[in-house]
Design a protein around this ligand. Structure first.
Ligand SMILES: [Zn+2]
Length: 275
């Protein structure tokens, strides 16, 4: 099976691929797909088995495991700050190289199933755009860090927030288009005033859902990095190689998922991109 579908609520579905998932949000009049995975296979057809409504694609950020099927949709929203990286990040060669690391050992690749990179323009996604789907609203918020253009989403009627890769366990901030810790910290503090609008936090990797305290914990960790008081544990050699820079973890890596909520959350960052 290429895709696995899970029901998060009656109106939110999780579409799971190797390593990553995306979310289909279905209102009474319209549907929005938040992210679209690697672009291997036909995710639009999977979404259309769950709704007959028109589907708009909204990207949480421009990375290859989130944008791969963008070519399948007419209307695609993306924060302008990720426009400069999306061309390189949607090449089939890069998506293949990354996805094949995460497939099962008996996986047989069919090269014809790769979706071509999107060449059409993206519509700039900003905090001023609210998606009214009929009985459901998606509110986007800027959360630079993991990438400059990262957005998170609140669906107040379902009391759900989708953090994507923007605030996670851990948040990876050693990538090409990551912001400074200072900018990420300020963005999390600004976003935190909305925390009373949601109870559940969805993310795109690993466990796919985190305790909502991940936000407060990561705010504290980012502040510690800024103050120079975090644990500064060297990250794995793989992460160092991937980044090409010294990568530090704000605290010791915990297993998935630590049982104590205060241990949920971490930040992996470059020591030359703090301020
Ligand atoms: Zn990402």
């Amino acid at each position: 099976m290429l895709f696995k579908v899970e029901k998060v609520t009656n109106r939110i579905f999780r579409l799971i691929m190797p390593y990553v998932c995306c979310y289909l949000v279905v209102g009474d009049e319209q549907a929005v797909l938040i992210d679209c995975g690697w672009g291997y296979g036909d995710i639009k057809a999977v979404a259309q088995t769950l709704t007959n409504l028109p589907i708009t694609l909204v990207l949480s950020h421009g990375h290859p495991d989130h944008n791969g099927s963008a070519v399948q949709f007419d209307d695609v929203y993306l924060n302008e700050r990720d426009f400069n990286m999306i061309e390189a990040q949607s090449e089939i060669a890069l998506r293949r190289q990354l996805m094949l690391k995460y497939v099962a050992s008996d996986f047989v690749e069919n090269l014809n199933l790769w979706q071509a990179p999107r060449t059409a323009l993206y519509t700039p996604l900003t905090e001023d755009i609210q998606f009214h789907l009929g009985g459901l609203t998606i509110l986007p918020y800027d959360l630079p860090g993991h990438s400059m253009g990262c957005m998170v989403f609140i669906i107040p009627e379902e009391r759900i927030a989708i953090f994507g890769d923007a605030i996670s366990h851990p948040t990876l901030m050693f990538l090409e288009n990551s912001s400074t810790i200072q900018e990420h910290y300020e963005a999390m503090v600004k976003f935190s005033v909305h925390a009373q609008q949601y109870d559940r936090v969805l993310v795109n990797h690993e466990t796919f859902e985190l305790d909502k305290r991940v936000l407060d914990n990561n705010i504290r960790l980012a502040k510690a990095i800024l103050d120079g008081t975090d644990e500064k544990i060297p990250a794995s050699k793989r992460n160092q190689r991937f980044s090409g820079h010294t990568v530090l973890m704000a605290r010791q890596r915990e297993p998935w998922l630590p049982s104590e909520p205060h241990k949920i959350g971490n930040i992996y960052y470059r020591d030359d991109r703090i301020q």
